[in-house]
Design a protein around this ligand. Structure first.
Ligand SMILES: Cc1cc2nc3c(=O)[nH]c(=O)nc-3n(C[C@H](O)[C@H](O)[C@H](O)COP(=O)(O)O)c2cc1C
Ligand SMILES: [Mn+2]
Length: 511
């Protein structure tokens, strides 16, 4: 059975030795961030996958799989100034991501997705019958409306609404204020009525008002624009759920297509539909198991300065103008738990979330581009700055095609630098990538620049949201690509010699 709520996940984390309780009083203003930074973190994890057998010389990279992450999840029982306990770092390791999705390896989630993608249009009656169970399974993931939810055990409206009841973090010294960092923001497409759920940070301006950091390419921003076109003076209903069962909580950050309901996807991930309950004061529904729900609206003719905010780039994202969320009603459980996260210099908790996205969506990429063998995003690349792609090259210019493909693939469009290598490079071994990519390069010939949308957080782009990208074709060059010199083999000892020396080894007394 899927986790019924955040508490059940906390129980599992505790049982698995993945969670520590902090009973001392700690201030959500800066102190909690600093505690998290001091957890037993190792160097930036360079390998999250066991080494693959092909391609590399054994022993070339000393780093080993790093599964320990950023120390344990922490439950702060007494955040200063609030009666609500705070959970952080809940997803800060590969193991905890696996526990969240109830799998032993993230590839299991990927395999399930691939199973559904493989459902081709059935031809004959027999094929149709064969597919029925799968289709039924797909249908069974649709969110279910229920009439009551634990998230509404306590209802506060009007003057009783006070966001400062909750231990909302001020993460870093130059932050513009306190920010809700792990929300599920619910809106409806004003034209189709379809739901969107996104994880967008919210700066707290006062007891009942927050910012709504909808970056311009995101689905929430699109709902805002479409509604504003129709009625510039109007408002749209917005509800925010904080602290649900883990798969649902994570669904908000998944890069899935517009109008694909994140709650359906969450149901798929947890193999059980998400139960949704109607909000008290607007027309939206939220997960019934949420710890805390904020209900209200965003006005379409109002923008307010948001930021600065210490971001996952490791730098502050500077002030910008963003929509404003007015909270009319807060509902919560009797004793709610506040779920949050800190972003900052990599790696932070979001690295492990992004890593899961990388692994889970690889089959989707491969489905569209079967030549893609693997993809890797180093922590220092903060996802949108660097993607390494291994391809099975089949025709001249193939690597260039993949550059263009990635720049047009959902949120991968933000990728600032793409390095394409041949499929026999172990792309999770960054020393191997640097070595082989640089050896394969004639920079003037192999580097390609392009212009396009940039991540809002990119502070080096010539203007916000728009800038240049670089693609590097680091594959072996072919004669059919105009490269007529011979290409050398990689040095490898022959098997026979290796075997002989293996037999000799003990007599050499070198161990
Ligand atoms: C910790 C964290 C914080 C995030 N904060 C924001 C944010 O403030 N604004 C934003 O547009 N995206 C933010 N994102 C990324 C979005 O959640 C992600 O792009 C998601 O796919 C957006 O949903 P959408 O595709 O339905 O718009 C954040 C992601 C994480 C993991
Ligand atoms: Mn979406």
């Amino acid at each position: 059975m899927a986790y019924q709520d955040l508490r059940e996940f906390i129980g599992t984390l505790e049982k698995e030795g993945e969670l520590k309780r902090v009973r001392a009083e700690v201030d959500p203003v800066l102190e909690i961030t600093e505690v998290v930074q001091r957890l037993g973190r190792e160097a930036i994890p360079h390998r999250l996958k066991p080494r693959s057998s092909h391609g590399s010389n054994a022993g070339a990279n000393p780093s080993t799989p790093n599964l320990s992450g950023l120390g344990p999840a922490l439950l702060f029982e007494k955040p200063k100034g609030s009666r609500v306990p705070l959970l952080i770092n809940a997803f800060g390791s590969v193991r905890r991501m696996c526990l969240a999705f109830e799998v032993n390896d993230l590839s299991e989630v990927a395999d399930r997705i691939q199973g559904f993608l493989k459902m081709e249009t059935p031809q004959g009656l027999f094929d149709k019958i064969k597919m029925l169970p799968k289709l039924a399974e797909l249908g069974s993931f649709f969110p279910k409306n229920v009439s009551k939810g634990a998230c509404q055990e306590v209802v506060r409206q009007g003057k009783d609404v006070n966001l400062f009841d909750f231990p909302i973090l001020k993460c870093w010294p130059q932050d513009g204020g306190r920010f809700i960092t792990f929300p599920l923001v619910f809106t409806k497409n004003p034209e189709t009525g379809k739901r969107n759920v996104g994880m967008y940070r919210m700066q707290v301006y006062d007891e009942r008002t927050t910012g709504m950091h909808w970056q311009t390419q995101k689905h929430g921003a699109e709902h805002f624009r479409r509604a504003r076109e129709k009625n510039p003076e109007g408002r749209i209903p917005v509800s925010v759920a904080i602290g649900t069962d883990p798969a649902t909580a994570l669904a908000g950050m998944l890069p899935i297509p517009p109008d694909l309901d994140e709650m359906m996807f969450a149901g798929f991930l947890r193999r059980e539909p998400v139960q949704m309950v109607a909000c008290q004061t607007n027309e939206l529904e939220v997960p019934a198991n949420a710890e805390i729900v904020l209900e209200g609206y965003v006005t379409l003719n109002e923008m307010r300065t948001e930021g600065p905010f210490g971001d996952h780039t490791g730098f502050y994202s500077l002030e910008g103008e963003y929509p404003v969320f007015h909270v009319q009603c807060v509902t919560h459980r009797k004793e709610p738990i506040y779920l949050t996260t800190v972003v900052g210099p990599p790696p932070q908790e979001d690295f492990y979330m992004g890593h899961a996205v990388e692994r889970i969506f690889l089959p989707v990429m491969k489905m569209q581009y079967p030549e893609i063998a693997d993809v890797s995003m180093p922590a220092e690349g903060i996802f949108h700055n660097l993607m390494i792609v291994a391809i099975r090259k089949s025709y001249p210019g193939h690597a260039r095609k993949i550059l263009n493909a990635i720049w047009s693939l959902g949120q991968a469009m933000f990728t600032k630098v793409i390095v394409v290598v041949d499929h026999d490079v172990d792309i999770h071994n960054y020393s191997e990538v640097v070595w082989k990519a640089l050896c394969a390069l004639d920079p003037q010939r192999d580097v390609q620049f392009s212009l396009g949308p940039m991540d809002t957080l990119d502070h080096a782009a010539r203007m916000q949201d728009f800038g240049s990208k670089m693609g590097i074709d680091a594959t072996r060059k072919w004669a059919s690509e105009g490269f007529t010199r011979p290409w050398p083999d990689e040095i490898r000892m022959d098997e026979e010699t290796k075997k002989r020396v293996e037999e000799l080894w003990k007599t050499l007394s070198l161990d």
